[in-house]
Design a protein. Structure first.
Length: 585
């Protein structure tokens, strides 16, 4: 609520967005620098850009916005000349019919509104943006001869270099922009990749639509639209990516796969490229494999305390099968790689079978499955066992044949690591039984199960306190905590307005002990396994997720989102998450 007559600093204090100490510090800095109070508050870290612009917008009764890519149409941005936009401190964002939405440092300036209307002939809808934010995006969108693709080329694309994995030793590494100098499509593709790397994306989706191409990044497990090049550029973008990936640019009717190695910002990156024909054109998905972002320390992945000790104990076993379970994208492969790095030394022969090989590890023999020539998981595994291995990693146990060979390898003196697509640890037992593996083999060969999820971590730049809805707290048995403050992310430019940056692992550990083995041999129902585990103090994924909330590392809504598929856990399907929450800061 805006209290009339209050100055900005008093209003922010009344809204509990800043403290009196922070205001005094900002005012002291303001006297020295001459900045506006809002800029001074930003400089001392008392408030985020999003909070400040929203507070200022409320005072002026206009919409406040933090400018970012995707909110601005590059063609519309140029409808006002650069020198005029800089003088007026404005940036056109987008146009709907005859209404032009313009970001303005002073959205209530009638002379500025009249000038924009005379320049564009459009009805003007003004929104408030910070002057520094407007200036930043003016330089990006209003440069001379800006187009959708050349704008993105304003980033330092010369840092990107690409080579062919198959002929790397012969050809070395080539400067990408020297291959076809000056092509806007090459600049676009270079910058889409480089921008994705700098934003920490795991995948790039390039999708055709009726009027434009959608380029989306998957960041922290969530897809977000970042660029929308014109529809006419789609075929050229696809062809360029196919050339990089050594794919057939003439074949548009069948799916294809390619791979390329590149150096960007001094980092070695592998890209896995997949094309798929759709009714509107070919869709491209690029998986980014950045080994520099991969942590091989189990502690860094989120394994803590007793869980870490239990897993380390299982990995020290000379033989047996350790199964890591979870849905696609939950980090199972990263966990296995971390385990291999922990085990890797010159005294052990470690062999992996993967589809595909995601990261190349030194001193480890890695085999990539190739069904086209008959090199399947089970056939590769049988051959590996004649290679005198100590440790075997199987990317995934997909069928009975592979699972049976893995079980036999575990029983004959090998440590076997693998993954299963199940929700939790007891579900892993049920999955092996469904595959046709006998209970006595499971109880004898398996040394343990791990289930995991990857909730997003709160953005430290915009973390705030709030009261979750009573219904949400009741759903997790926290009805007695209705008056407690919890943490969430408000959203800022650093986290693309999501409130989250990065992810953290949560783990459910189920080591095989004798009582559990006895229940499995009796084919006890999954519910009986859970009942036995809970009696012994076992903690589920949901329990571990709530620990993360208590530590202030993620929000309650986020951890419930990633664990809602856990069997027996409370469901949120019929409840709008956070519908009644109140932000307090």
């Amino acid at each position: 609520m805006i209290k009339r007559g209050l100055k900005l600093g008093e209003q922010l204090m009344a809204d509990q967005l800043i403290t009196s100490d922070q205001l005094e510090e900002a005012l002291a800095n303001q006297k020295k620098s001459g900045d506006r109070l809002g800029e001074a508050l930003l400089n001392v870290g008392a408030i985020t850009s999003a909070s400040l612009v929203n507070a200022l917008g409320k005072r002026l009764n206009v919409k406040g916005v933090v400018l970012r890519h995707g909110l601005i149409d590059p063609k519309v941005a140029k409808c006002i000349p650069k020198d005029e936009a800089e003088r007026l401190k404005v940036l056109p964002m987008f146009r709907v019919n005859n209404e032009l939405t313009v970001a303005m440092a002073d959205p209530q300036s009638l002379p500025t509104l009249d000038r924009i209307q005379s320049l564009t002939g459009c009805r003007v809808r003004s929104v408030l943006a910070l002057e520094q934010n407007i200036d930043e995006f003016q330089q990006k969108y209003l440069a001379k001869e800006v187009t959708v693709d050349s704008f993105m080329a304003s980033i330092e694309e010369s840092d990107v270099r690409i080579d062919d994995l198959e002929v790397e030793e012969e050809s070395g590494i080539t400067d990408l922009d020297q291959m076809v100098d000056g092509s806007p499509v090459i600049n676009l593709v270079n910058l889409v990749v480089l921008s994705a790397l700098r934003d920490g994306a795991s995948d790039i989706h390039i999708e055709p639509d009726r009027k434009e191409t959608h380029i989306r990044y998957r960041i922290d497990g969530q897809l977000r639209v970042f660029f929308k090049p014109p529809k006419g550029m789609h075929a050229s973008i696809v062809s360029r990516i196919k050339v990089i990936g050594k794919m057939d640019i003439a074949e548009k009717r069948l799916p294809q796969e390619g791979r390329v190695h590149l150096i960007a910002d001094g980092r070695d990156i592998d890209l896995r490229i997949s094309s798929m024909p759709t009714v509107l054109g070919e869709k491209i998905v690029i998986r980014i494999l950045d080994k520099s972002n991969l942590s091989f320390e189990l502690e860094d992945l989120g394994l803590l305390g007793d869980d870490l000790q239990i897993v380390q104990g299982m990995l020290k076993s000379p033989y047996g099968l350790l199964c890591v379970t979870g849905p696609t994208g939950s980090g199972k492969t990263t966990t296995l790689y971390s385990a291999l790095e922990l085990l890797n030394d010159s005294t052990k022969n470690i062999v992996t079978v993967e589809d595909p090989v995601e990261y190349q590890l030194s001193m480890i023999s890695q085999i990539q499955v190739n069904d086209a020539v008959g090199l399947t998981f089970s056939r590769s595994l049988r051959s590996i066992l004649r290679q005198d291995p100590d440790i075997v990693m199987i990317g995934e146990m997909r069928d009975e044949d592979t699972a049976r060979v893995a079980i036999q390898a575990a029983l004959t003196g090998h440590l076997v690591l693998s993954t299963l697509h199940t929700n939790d640890c007891p579900g892993g037992v049920a999955r092996l039984l469904d595959m046709g593996i006998e209970p006595y083999l499971i109880s004898s060969a398996v040394i343990g199960f791990m289930a995991q999820r990857l909730p997003r971590k709160l953005c430290p730049a915009c973390q705030a306190s709030y009261y979750p809805s009573p219904e949400l707290l009741e759903s997790v048995g926290w009805g007695h905590r209705k008056n407690e403050l919890f943490q969430k992310g408000e959203g800022c430019s650093k986290c693309h307005m999501t409130g989250f940056r990065g992810r953290i692992g949560i783990y459910e550990i189920m080591p095989m002990d004798q009582p559990l083995a006895d229940l499995i041999q009796k084919r006890a129902p999954e519910g009986d396994l859970r009942q036995h585990l809970k009696k012994s103090g076992w903690r589920t994924l949901r329990d571990k997720a709530l620990d993360v909330v208590d530590r202030g590392e993620s929000s309650l809504e986020e951890v419930l989102r990633v664990t809602r598929s856990e069997r027996g856990g409370p469901s949120l399907e019929d409840q709008p998450v956070g519908a009644d929450e109140e932000v307090v800061v």
